[in-house]
Design a protein around this ligand. Structure first.
Ligand code: MRU
Length: 335
């Protein structure tokens, strides 16, 4: 694939690929404590729902090592965990990973056990992505034109990505297809990250402005949309990068299948609908970018695509199709 890992963990040291500087600069940030992890997550040095969960888990393991006794470790898991969860409110993976470390830490208040738990989360993520790829592969037929949004690729997870996993596996198998990537304003995760990683992998990719997919679909030039997600709620609503809803509405209008790739760590059966999820609001400056009129900006980082606009959710257990609520419940029943 030739994509540098988003997260490196070696001999107890955590370093994160600084995705704010991609694609121009490939560089890693040292994460020696909770404040540096909170800053890396909040500023999107590390981003993508699974990756921020994995990074938070390792950060807790690092901080636990410096915490002294079991009371100190409990303090790290409580206060450090709260600070990490607050860094980005929308992706459920962050809270999920912190909760896993808290449960392990309550049973075994030992830095080595916490590091082992973080490593397990990391390993499971890689396996879930591969399973999503295997389940989703059949959707990418030879010579298909696929559209994706934001970055749900290798840079957002441990490897293979979620939305990109079927693409990588089919590419490796020699199946020809083409991918359109939209820019994903305002932070350009599509243009800077997805286009870069797919191109490095040798996949045939074309970058388009966020406003182009309508005319591509009208011309019959998109066969399938696949996006990632930050959270799928119990009823099958999909919370993902702002602009996902636009694509889902267009796809329904033009009769294009709309699929979402979702690992087990991103399914949130405890939240009833997408309307119950806190949508992260980011700074006006990300939208104004120095060239706009000096007016206030509105900058929600995510939107909610209602379940009825989703053709299917590709999970690591199989593909859920309508009715999504019961299909997801069946697939995830044992977790
Ligand atoms: O703000 P970002 O870059 O973290 O947003 C990322 C997304 O919206 C991804 O689609 C989502 O996290 C899934 S990553 C496998």
């Amino acid at each position: 694939m030739n994509v540098p890992p988003a997260i490196r963990w070696s001999e107890g040291r955590l370093t994160l690929l600084d995705q704010r500087r991609l694609p121009a600069v490939v560089d890693y940030l040292d994460i020696p404590d909770i404040p540096s992890a909170v800053d890396a997550i909040g500023s999107l040095a590390v981003r993508g729902a699974p990756a921020i969960g994995i990074a938070a888990a390792y950060a807790l393991a690092v901080a636990a090592r410096d915490a002294g006794d079991s009371a100190g470790i409990a303090g790290v898991l409580r206060d450090g965990g709260d600070a990490l969860i607050a860094a980005r409110p929308t992706a459920v993976n962050l809270r999920w990973a912190v909760e896993r470390l808290r449960i392990r830490g309550a049973a075994e208040p030992d830095p080595a056990a916490l590091a082992a738990e973080a490593e397990a989360i990391h390993r499971e993520d890689a396996a879930q992505c591969r399973a999503i790829g295997e389940h989703g592969r059949r959707l990418i037929t030879p010579n298909a034109n696929v559209l994706t949004h934001c970055n749900a690729g290798a840079l957002a997870v441990s490897e293979l990505g979620t939305a990109t996993a079927p693409l990588y596996l089919n590419h490796d198998a020699g199946i020809p297809f083409h991918v359109y990537v939209d820019e994903t304003r305002p932070l350009l995760q599509g243009a800077r990250l997805t286009a870069w990683e797919l191109d490095r992998a040798g996949i045939d990719v074309t970058l388009v402005c966020d406003s182009v997919p309508a005319s591509l679909m009208a011309a019959g030039r998109i066969d399938l949309v696949i996006v990632g997600t930050d959270r799928v709620t119990r009823n099958g609503d999909v919370v993902n990068k702002v602009g996902t809803l636009n694509l889902a509405v267009l796809a329904r209008h033009f009769g294009v299948p709309f699929y979402v790739a979702c690992p087990a760590s991103t399914y949130d059966p405890d939240t009833a609908t997408g309307n119950d999820v806190t949508i992260e609001q980011r700074s006006d400056d990300e939208v104004r970018r120095g060239e706009s009129a000096a007016v206030p900006a509105y900058n929600p980082a995510f939107d909610v695509t209602p379940a009825r606009l989703v053709t299917g959710i590709i999970t690591d257990r199989g593909i859920a199709e309508a009715p999504l609520e019961s299909a997801l419940e069946d697939l995830f029943r044992e977790s």
